[in-house]
Write a protein that binds this ligand. Structure first.
Ligand code: NAD
Length: 261
């Protein structure tokens, strides 16, 4: 069987893709030939410049569409504005670290909205487009925290377990069609969302930055290495290939062995 990874003619919409894993996945899919739609809640020159750079380097069509993934109507509008969505990557996510009694309610609501409900809204609009096109891929970016838990991250862990469940349901609803839905579960990847957790964790455990990286973050990652955004791009590209056509409703861990423990 040929291992086809040419995505020429396909269009991918990647939520929360002006930095980190989303941007890495946009680059990976563009390098495989897919047109890409980048997104975040901001609308800066730099956001549009990222799309222009991808188009220039890879030759695909790339554009940036501003939409706030904490708002259901804007999630839906993102897919409508994209007009074509063969590959949907639900990646936008935020984090907050606090014990349950002290967890700010507005942070809980924002995390559930951005990390979980946004994927329901984008999928609701994208799935009919995929059916119309006769091909589709839904890739939800969950986490090792979609399969295991840690203290002080209640909303994030609830949302990530939730998106694993949504992925399974999406797969069952599309099982007889040439559409798949899977979740990628990264371990720690050194991106802005992780950088932002370091000061709070330093305070929580009274540790230095290096101690937090070694003794808190990578302590559960047996490889003792951060995963990279390029590896996330490669995994997403694989899920779009013919070889992955029967992979649906599952989770793929890219976590250096974390969930094997
Ligand atoms: P990041 O902070 O670099 O990326 C988050 C992205 O989401 C950014 O592009 C940001 O602009 C966007 N975003 C935030 N709020 C938004 C909103 N309201 N509307 C639209 N976009 C919004 O962090 P990252 O590590 O690249 O995270 C990407 C995804 O990967 C998240 O879902 C995160 O939970 C998941 N993840 C990350 C790691 C890690 O170690 N970095 C591990 C497991 C899972």
């Amino acid at each position: 069987m040929s291992f086809e990874i040419s995505l020429t003619g396909k269009t991918a919409v990647i939520t929360g893709s002006n930095s980190g894993i989303g941007l890495g996945i946009a680059w990976g899919l563009a390098r495989a030939g897919a047109n890409v739609v980048l997104n975040s809640f901001t609308d800066n020159e730099e956001d549009h410049a990222l799309a222009a750079e991808i188009a220039k380097e890879t030759g695909v069509m790339a554009r940036y569409i501003q939409a706030d993934m904490s708002k259901g109507d804007q999630c839906r509008a993102l897919i409508e504005k994209a007009a074509v969505c063969d590959i949907l990557v639900n990646n936008a996510g935020i984090q907050h670290v606090a014990g349950i009694p002290d967890f700010p309610v507005e942070k809980w609501d924002a995390i559930i909205a951005i990390n979980l409900s946004s994927a329901f809204h984008t999928s609701a609009v994208a799935l009919p487009m995929m059916r119309e096109a006769g091909w589709g891929r839904v890739i939800n970016i969950a986490s090792a925290h979609g399969l295991t838990a840690s203290p002080y991250k209640s909303a994030y862990i609830a949302a990530k377990h939730g998106i694993v469940g949504l992925t399974k349901t999406t797969a069952l609803e599309t099982a007889k069609e040439p559409i798949t839905a899977n979740a990628i579960c990264p371990g720690y990847v050194l991106t802005p969302i992780v950088e932002k957790q370091i000061p709070d964790t330093m305070k929580e455990y009274d540790m230095t930055r290096d101690e937090v990286i070694e003794n808190v973050m990578l302590t559960r990652q047996p490889s003792k290495e951060f995963a990279t955004v390029e590896q996330m791009g490669g995994t997403a590209t694989f899920l779009c290939s013919n070889a992955a056509a029967q992979i649906t409703g599952t989770t793929i861990s890219v976590d250096g062995g974390w969930t094997a423990l």
